[in-house]
Design a protein around this ligand. Structure first.
Ligand code: NAD
Length: 519
């Protein structure tokens, strides 16, 4: 199944044997692709070939649902980044001059191949991240295909600006590819977010050196196989696997990489900004969030409750856009809390590969410990655990050592305590009552982050008024995560700098040049 150029080698002897061969769960045994990929070494993809890291080091790649390593990923370093940059530089000369129609054709082929392999990719994403297979199949992988399709066609419909300067001159603007783009992404939506960067970068004629999270590298590697099959020229996309300090930092510091698109935590984003500033790189930072969900008394609770449950717990609460602070207008507070808890209690936590699972595993032990720390802290800060707070007792034998946590609802917290201000990034939500529009806008904005918010009301004037006053890059009204790829996407305050999506991405990945021709 692996393409000819795959460099899959057997695991080192000290890594436990392929787990899938020994699992006792029929639900997994039937996923033959997962079985086939267990035990592989995930190598870098540089200059169109899969190559081992120069130093020959690998990290264990753990399946969160079992807590066991099931493959290994390259633990690359600056030498590998250097090779990727050389390949990207060589490819840039040809790719940047390739006609947009041809670039578009190749990206469309990649989109088609992702769709062809949706089942394989979804299973791999589920195993690698712990997310429910059903979510990977309906959200992550379809969106990765849409990312390629969207930018493949967007580059066919751009316009060139022209300015006539009295009777003296004609100015027109060229938007040229910038060169080599460094693309760094997190673990929560691996292929979805990495392709959200790769697609616009290469569609615009740049070449790329990309680094997926070391925790979730599998689908990035599978994407490389598809790029190969789609005849993407060698060196246009290069993927270097490894940790942030060993691979991410050399990418942000490399003088030949002049464009950096980073998605990840705010603390890392600051390091990226610091590395890029002295080199005057063009930088886009998509960072953390602590998003408010506001429910007014006039909201349609039949829509608001399921909407808020989804926005709180989708992907185990590990979506940067998840609403982790719910504010409910006092007259409906108790009704809302009761309905919310009732609906949340019905979420089935379990083996991500089981079709009935709503909530899978947390991505890593470290992340699970972080979430547990905040549940403890919430109680010290006066919060009451109204639901969840511990590991579920419904986990099957295969997943008995996995990183699971019940969806957790906390009430009674002060608005500005740490639990309500700091990003937890897990299945934990607080619910707080409010008394007036003015008060809830202040609560929503009383936070260092400004990524997204959702407002539930049937009063259209209020919706406009509140949306205008909330300091977040996106405000959803009576919905959540309803995405149109043309709209500007990004955060305010410590949630980031710059915008992705649609024309914003096309502008980010190109350099405007004005040509002034005298009459
Ligand atoms: P992270 O910041 O730890 O890592 C993100 C990526 O940066 C990884 O690939 C990591 O290896 C790399 N990295 C780490 N140190 C680096 C360094 N010094 N230089 C360069 N790269 C480095 O984030 P994470 O834990 O993988 O992801 C969770 C975070 O991502 C959360 O804060 C979440 O809100 C955020 N996120 C934001 C968005 C958004 O669109 N705003 C989307 C998804 C996730």
């Amino acid at each position: 199944m692996w393409a000819r150029k795959s460099a899959i080698a057997p695991l080192r002897k000290n890594i436990p044997a392929v787990r899938a061969a020994a699992v006792d769960n029929a639900a997994v045994a039937k996923y033959t692709d997962f079985v086939a990929r267990s035990g592989v070494r995930i190598n870098n993809y540089i200059g169109g070939r899969f190559v081992a890291p120069v130093a020959g080091n690998y990290l264990d790649n753990v399946e969160p649902a079992t807590g066991e390593p099931y493959s290994q990923v390259g633990d690359s370093d600056a030498q590998d980044v250097e090779r990727a940059v050389a390949a990207a530089e060589e490819a840039f000369a040809g790719w940047s001059r390739t006609a947009a129609a041809e670039r578009s054709r190749i990206l469309l082929r990649i989109a088609d191949l992702i769709e062809r392999d949706i089942e394989k990719l979804a299973r791999a994403e589920s195993v690698d991240t712990g997310k429910p297979l059903s979510l990977a199949r309906t959200l992550d992988i379809p969106r990765a295909a849409s990312n390629f399709r969207f930018f493949a066609t967007a580059i066919l419909h751009t316009e060139t600006e022209a300015h006539v300067t009295d009777n003296l001159a004609l100015n027109y603007t060229l938007r040229q590819p910038r060169g080599i783009a460094g693309l760094i992404s997190p673990w929560n939506l691996p292929l979805y977010l990495l392709s959200w960067k790769i697609a616009p970068a290469i569609a615009c004629g740049n070449t790329a050196v990309a680094k997926p999270s070391e925790l979730t590298p599998m689908t990035a590697s599978m994407l490389c196989e598809l790029c190969d099959e789609a005849a993407l020229p060698a060196g246009v996309l290069n993927i270097v696997h490894g940790t942030g300090p060993n691979v991410g930092a050399p990418i942000t510091a490399h003088p030949k990489i002049n464009t950096i698109s980073f998605t990840g935590g705010t603390v890392t984003g600051r390091k990226v900004a610091e590395a890029c500033a002295p080199l005057f790189k063009k930088v886009s930072l998509e960072l953390g969030g602590k998003n408010p969900t506001i429910v007014f008394a006039d909201a349609d609770l039949n829509a608001a409750i399921p909407g808020a449950v989804r926005s709180s717990f989708a992907n185990q609460g590990q979506v940067c856009l998840c609403g982790s602070r719910i504010f409910v207008e006092r007259p409906i507070y108790q009704n809302f809390v009761d309905g919310f808890i009732d609906k949340t209690a019905k979420l089935r936590v379990g083996d991500p590969l089981e079709p009935t699972t709503d909530q899978g595993a947390i991505v890593s032990k470290t992340q699970l410990d972080k979430v547990k720390f905040y549940i403890e802290l919430a109680q010290q800060e006066g919060g009451r655990i109204a639901l969840g707070g511990s590991a579920p007792d419904t986990i099957n034998h295969r997943c008995r050592s996995g990183y699971f946590l019940q969806p957790t609802v906390i009430t009674g917290l002060p608005v500005s305590c740490r639990t309500n201000r700091e990003e937890i990034f897990g299945p934990v939500v607080s619910i707080t009552p409010f008394d007036s529009e003015e008060e809830v806008v202040a609560h929503a904005n009383d936070c260092d982050y400004g990524l997204a918010s959702s407002v539930w009301t049937q009063n259209l004037s209020r919706a406009h008024r509140v949306a205008e006053q909330i300091h977040t890059g996106t405000v959803w009204v009576n919905c959540w995560l309803l995405r149109d790829l043309r709209v500007p996407f990004g955060g305010m305050k410590q949630s980031g700098v710059g915008r992705e999506g649609g024309n914003e991405a096309l502008r980010f990945f190109t350099e405007p040049k004005n040509i002034c021709i005298a009459k």
